[in-house]
Design a protein around this ligand. Structure first.
Ligand SMILES: Cc1cc2nc3c(=O)[nH]c(=O)nc-3n(C[C@H](O)[C@H](O)[C@H](O)COP(=O)(O)O)c2cc1C
Length: 211
């Protein structure tokens, strides 16, 4: 699966099969988080792996009644090391970089799960105090994102997604383009996909003609 395919395939999964996640796959997921970009390459994050049933229950209870979380084979809690960020970048780290660093790591992990045929869900609705207590997160760190991971027991429908035309602006904020594909030309993913398909058909026809 290439990266674009992986991004298109990913869906939030909230029901999981009672099958453990292979350690090798978990290792690849954690490594994908480790390799994410971070401001000044600070890498000021910590990834807590939660798989003990009692601990998963405590973590789920911190998630605003989202008890399905407890049934996920693995939960990863992504924590930002807030004090370290603040030491280097002050208020900007507190308000932005620490959150962005953890979000980059979390999205890398989610894509690594998808590409290994695992389902996952980003969880942001939790009580920080309860979660910190459940996972022993000290005051100098802050839980930012939780990711539930496992083999999917559901095939979620693609939720409606806004068209690119609604969010892509040319040069200035708000400067919408009526036909973004026309602007992107050959670099457009859709156009490239079409060209690849036509090439494949032409190549097959060429082989047939030669036979
Ligand atoms: C910042 C953030 C917080 C989220 N929090 C939750 C959550 O607490 N519970 C949940 O079930 N899904 C949560 N999600 C997942 C979204 O509901 C989901 O991404 C959205 O509905 C779009 O569906 P998709 O992921 O299949 O594209 C969160 C996603 C993000 C990015």
């Amino acid at each position: 699966m290439d990266t674009l395919e992986c991004i298109q395939k990913r869906r939030s999964v909230r029901r999981f099969l009672d099958i453990p996640v292979e350690m090798e796959k978990l290792g690849n997921i954690l490594d994908a988080g480790r390799l994410a970009p971070s401001a000044g390459n600070l890498q000021n994050w910590g990834f807590i792996i939660v798989r003990d049933p009692a601990n998963k229950q405590a973590v789920a209870e911190a998630c605003a009644r989202q008890m399905w979380v407890a049934a996920a084979p693995i939960i990863i809690v992504v924590c930002g090391q807030s004090v370290k960020g603040k030491k280097f970048y002050g208020e900007r780290a507190e308000k932005l970089y620490n959150i962005q660093n953890c979000a980059a790591a979390a999205q890398n992990m989610i894509l690594a799960a998808t590409t290994q045929d695992l389902g996952s869900c980003w969880i942001g609705a939790f009580d920080e105090e309860l979660l910190s207590k459940a996972c022993g997160i000290p005051a100098e760190a802050r839980p930012m994102v939780m990711i539930a991971i496992g083999y999917a027991a559901e095939k979620p429908k693609t939720p409606s997604k806004h068209l690119l035309e609604k969010m892509a602006f040319l040069e200035k904020y708000g400067n919408r383009v009526a036909d973004i594909n026309a602007v992107l030309g050959y670099t457009s993913h859709h156009v490239r996909k079409g060209i690849t398909k036509v090439k494949e058909i032409a190549e097959k026809a060429h082989i047939k003609l030669k036979q």
